[in-house]
Design a binder for this molecule. Structure first.
Ligand code: UD1
Length: 417
């Protein structure tokens, strides 16, 4: 199993391009099965989650070619409607295929997503919305069986603006007769990217990015070319890496409008931020200070995915920083590893208080999930001495060759297999 070996204490300096967004590419690859032709997806990051998504597509009978950052999906050969257990377990967000498969095949069978390292991740909102569209759903032997032969457009109110449930509903409804309305929809930029992709294919969807999405059904979707938006979580992670080392980092191919919540926090911490539409420059703070209380919220609030990398950064800020995790109940597993490195963090339920600043020291630590793993990289870059991060497989789910990107900025980071 791979490890990252990081010798901390080097100031990061330089310019990097931000990769395409994982959370945009996964639903868009699922959406590709809705067309009758070939789709080419550009700016696709090289991630193990993309590999798993491609495995799902191939398992359904699609032809897929992945070269560098372009993925070509030909779904005219689709022959299956099932996602096997091992692929569902590998990546719980495979559930995003459910709406697309039902729409294409009028039936679907997926294994129940198991428990997850960051929380329960139930799918009740997905299933409730699909039932409202007329899908008959039964659960047996760990599988969810869906019959979509009597589907019709509907007005759907999500009890919570779930990203996955919003995407599944869009995918399931865009080929239905009539108009489907999703109220209390998630507003994340990745939903807007999915809308752009589907509309390019011929769908008639409006409202993504607001809390009401209107889907006017069409009869056919066509193969198209599409470029994935930049990854806002990865962008903010590399800004945290720059800030904790007192470095100057320039992000290119970024969408600065998508990372407003994180840029505000970095400014509150004292870092210099200069932002253009597709470029962000971070300059060092004279003295990093706590940004006060940071609460994770649905977009455009502060994202749960960047809570842990910013918690690592908070260890270098003077004063108490309070983190309130409102989205996933078990997203504090990185804390015991940060404490191993010298952080002073106390937790009570969904609240963590970081007392800073505390000098960090290199240690052997273990990534337990994707973003928590990234927080250990942020910490290790500023730590005195060598840090070994085990379970890099989690980090590889969301960061395209993290060691290469950080080496470009002057970090001393190696991967050891
Ligand atoms: C997506 C992102 C993930 C991000 C999360 C929140 C992808 C591939 N993943 O995950 O990186 O952290 O959004 O921004 O895009 N919930 C229910 N029932 C449901 C569905 C969700 O109770 O049926 C709850 C979840 O437990 C969680 C909250 O709703 O507490 C948000 O989850 P959701 O927005 O659905 O996240 P995902 O789509 O799984």
């Amino acid at each position: 199993m791979s490890k990252l070996i990081i010798d901390g204490g080097r100031r990061l300096e330089g310019e990097i391009d931000v990769q395409g967004a994982k959370n945009a590419v996964l639903p868009i690859l699922a959406a590709a099965i809705l067309s009758d032709g070939k789709n080419i997806i550009y700016n696709c990051p090289n991630l193990s989650d993309v590999e798993t998504t491609i495995a799902v597509l191939k398992n359904l009978g699609c032809k897929v070619k992945w070269e560098k950052n372009s993925v070509e999906v030909d779904s005219s050969t689709i022959s299956g409607y099932t996602i096997p257990d091992e692929l569902m377990r590998k990546m719980r967000s495979s559930i995003i295929f459910l709406g697309a498969i039902i729409s294409k095949c009028k039936k679907a069978e997926v294994s129940m997503p198991g428990g997850c390292e960051i929380g329960n991740r139930p799918i009740d909102l997905h299933l409730k919305a699909l039932r409202q569209l007329g899908v008959e759903i039964t659960e047996s032997h760990g599988f969810i069986h869906c019959d979509g032969s009597n589907m019709s457009a509907a007005k759907i109110h999500l009890d919570f603006p779930s990203v996955g449930a919003t995407e599944n509903t869009m995918l399931a409804s865009c080929l239905l007769d009539g108009t489907t309305v999703i109220e209390n929809a998630a507003r994340e930029p990745e939903i807007v990217d999915l809308e752009r992709f589907l509309n390019r294919m011929g769908a008639k969807i409006t409202g993504a990015g607001s809390d009401t999405i209107v889907i006017q059904g069409v009869h056919k979707l066509y193969g198209v070319e599409h470029t994935i938006i930049p990854d806002r979580i990865v962008a903010a992670t590399y800004l945290a890496c720059g800030a904790i080392t007192g470095g100057t980092v320039v992000l290119k191919k970024v969408n600065s409008n998508h990372i407003g919540a994180m840029l505000n926090i970095l400014k509150d911490m004292g870092a210099g931020i200069y932002a253009e539409k597709d470029k962000v420059v971070l300059t060092p703070a004279k003295n990093l200070k706590s940004a006060g209380t940071i609460k994770t919220m649905p977009y455009p609030g502060f994202p749960t995915d960047i809570q842990s990398p910013f918690m690592a950064l908070a260890t270098a800020c003077d004063g108490a920083s309070v983190f309130v995790e409102n989205i996933f109940e078990n997203r504090f597993q990185h804390i015991e590893e940060l404490i191993r490195m010298g952080a002073n963090i106390k937790t009570d339920g969904r609240v963590a208080v970081v007392m800073g600043k505390t000098p960090l020291t290199g240690a052997k630590v273990v990534a337990k999930e994707l973003r928590g793993g990234a927080s250990l990289v942020v910490a290790a870059l500023s730590a005195d001495g060598e840090t070994q991060i085990e379970n890099v497989k989690f980090i590889d789910r969301g960061y395209d060759h993290i060691e290469k990107v950080l080496s470009t900025l002057g970090a001393d980071i190696k991967r050891r297999d």
